[in-house]
Write a protein that binds this ligand. Structure first.
Ligand code: SAM
Length: 194
């Protein structure tokens, strides 16, 4: 495992540089399912957007999509993929802890495989009425299934929907799923701002 500063968290720039990059993967299932319900006239914000699999998918659907990402290398790869397809996406190099977006404007907020508990209420605040929150990430029990991740960035069972009590729940499921042929202990949530 690649770590930095003695932490269990990966050095993402290095990871992205060293991975054989064959273009961003297919969009997450939750994004493919809920894209048709996203308001068309509002931007979608993908927090910790990686190499852009979801923003690129949404841009192809004609939505205005922004990815916020701290890894310069991930932004570079996402930009290259967007340019190759001639897609207009907004890729922001920045820290999710400082969320550089205006409140109440987003048609959807996406967070996949990233967790910073201190920003959960601010993520909800970004949504416009009718906007969707899509969230999916690992549960603590993922550490029993593969490499050790820092438990500080893993969800407790049942924790995720607790952050979204003011939203109308569209989907909430937790458990061990087969994703891309691998066992993943995850929580998945989709909700709508009233
Ligand atoms: C597991 S990857 C998930 C990427 C993407 N959401 C996906 O599912 O394909 C986690 C991402 O979070 C990014 N990241 C970590 N800390 C961050 C922060 N404080 N602000 C923004 N991005 C961050 C990493 O650079 C990495 O791209």
């Amino acid at each position: 495992m690649i770590t930095h500063g003695g932490s269990l968290e990966p050095d993402w720039d290095r990871r992205y540089r060293e991975a054989a990059f064959e273009g961003p993967k297919e969009a997450h299932e939750l994004v493919r399912t809920y894209a048709p319900l996203m308001p068309r006239n509002r931007p979608v914000i993908d927090v910790a957007s990686g190499t852009g699999r979801d923003v690129l998918f949404l841009a192809r659907q004609g939505l205005s999509a922004a990815g916020l990402e701290r890894s310069r290398e991930a932004i570079r790869l996402a930009r290259g993929a967007a340019d190759r397809e001639g897609l207009d996406v907004w890729l922001v190099l920045g820290d999710a802890l400082s969320l550089p977006f205006r409140k109440g404007k987003a048609g959807a907020v996406l967070v996949f495989y990233f967790l910073e508990r201190v920003i959960m209420s601010r993520l909800v605040d970004l949504l416009a009425p009718g906007g969707l929150m899509l969230y999916e990430t690992f549960l603590r029990k993922q550490n029993e299934l593969d490499r050790k991740r820092d438990p500080a960035y893993l969800l407790e069972d049942g924790e995720l929907p607790g952050y979204f009590r003011d939203l109308e729940t569209l989907t909430h499921e937790e458990g061990v799923f087969d994703i891309g042929g691998r066992k993943r202990a995850i929580a998945r949530y989709a909700g709508r701002k009233k």
